[in-house]
Design a protein around this ligand. Structure first.
Ligand code: SF4
Length: 97
């Protein structure tokens, strides 16, 4: 029972969100931490799939679609990532379907 509403899968629900461009992306890998093993856990845990492993075996971070959930911040810690919220009026705007 869903109250007469069609149910959407996770990908479709995420597709409803709106993202306002943030010229200064709010997450970066700290210098010298590019190969830290905690980044590989972020590949598995990021709900938006922004972390991926490239052909060279290094973790890359995409900037499109961050949900600002903070999961990667918790996993990697401030030692590995510099993480802050996006500038005002930028970033994710949630739309629940
Ligand atoms: S804050 Fe959440 S959605 Fe954004 S990159 Fe980190 S884990 Fe992914």
């Amino acid at each position: 029972m869903n109250g007469g509403k069609e149910s959407l899968n996770l990908k479709a629900k995420l597709g409803l969100n709106v993202f306002k461009e943030n010229k200064n992306f709010h997450i970066s890998v700290n210098p010298g931490k590019e190969n830290d093993p905690r980044l590989f856990y972020a590949v598995l845990a990021c709900p938006a799939g922004l972390y991926s492993v490239n052909d060279a075996g290094a973790v890359e971070l995409s900037q499109d679609g961050c949900l600002e959930c903070g999961t990667c911040k918790i996993i990697c810690s401030d030692e590995v990532l510099t993480w802050r919220y996006p500038d005002g009026a930028t970033g994710v705007q949630f739309r629940f379907g």
